[in-house]
Design a protein around this ligand. Structure first.
Ligand code: ATP
Length: 235
């Protein structure tokens, strides 16, 4: 469904992605892990069009999206849930969710407000509150819910567990599993390597802008050398 080939992205001449290739098949949930500054966000931002790549191919559903802006990429059904959530703090929870629908671009609606409220009941309870008053975990749920309101075929998730308590991380990851089972393909960027590997069958490891491992999540999780070398003591 998503095919990235030989991608190079740089910031003012400094290369952040070097010859990156990655595939995600329809219905998969694939992990992309790596330490701080490895280039994980740059890769997601390059795929979604927030950052322009220098060279390489990006295809989604067979369409060349390398020169798309984020708006046109969203219109293809490929949506990013950004790191730090970027919810609109001065608008209500409901208004934030309604804004997510603008990514539909005429595509049919697969995931309704009811679906999002069923997944995250707390958002229904808080629907008329300002989004800025939510806890960190609830804001993450809102960011995912806003993405779903655009009825994505695929979600790019940037560090959904960042800054959350373990119990909330479990809730968020359980919801991601359900979303994936309901048909949304997911590329999951995480520093929480253990969790991400538990959640997925396949993973990529990014190290200083290069893919250094690609394969089975379980064999990566079972390899102490890989974890120690590329992931430090992040569990
Ligand atoms: P983290 O987990 O800390 O978010 P990451 O793996 O997502 O890290 P990136 O944020 O993609 O890594 O950063 C990759 C490299 O690109 C880093 O060296 C970073 O300093 C650099 N970089 C990222 N964004 C910019 C930017 N806007 N301008 C210049 N350099 C940048």
């Amino acid at each position: 469904m998503l095919k990235v080939q030989n991608l190079y992205t740089s910031y003012r001449g400094i290369e952040a992605l070097k010859d990156v290739s990655l595939d995600v098949g329809e219905g998969e949930m694939v992990a992309l892990i790596g330490s701080n500054g490895a280039g994980k966000s740059t890769l997601l931002n390059s795929i979604s069009g927030i950052v322009k790549s220098r060279s390489g191919k990006i295809e989604f559903g067979g369409r060349d999206i390398a020169s798309n802006n984020p708006w046109t990429t969203a219109g293809c059904g490929l949506l990013q849930v950004p790191e730090g959530r970027q919810i609109l703090a001065d608008m209500t929870v409901l208004e934030n969710l309604e804004i997510g629908e603008t990514a539909l671009h005429g595509r049919s609606r697969n995931y309704s407000l009811g679906y999002v409220f069923d997944l995250f009941p707390i958002l229904k309870e808080r629907s008329s509150q300002f989004a800025g008053s939510l806890s960190g975990g609830q804001q993450q749920m809102l960011a995912i819910g806003r993405g779903l309101m655009g009825s994505p075929q695929m979600l790019l998730l940037d560090e959904p567990s960042l800054g959350l308590a373990p119990i909330v991380i479990t809730q968020v990851f359980d919801a991601l599993r359900r979303i994936n089972e309901n048909g949304v393909t997911i590329l999951l960027v995480e520093q929480n390597a253990r969790k991400a590997l538990e959640m997925t069958a396949r993973a990529y490891v990014l190290d200083r802008g290069r893919i250094v491992f690609e394969g089975d999540s379980k064999s990566l999780a079972d390899s102490p050398q890989m974890v120690a070398h590329y992931l430090g003591d992040v569990h």
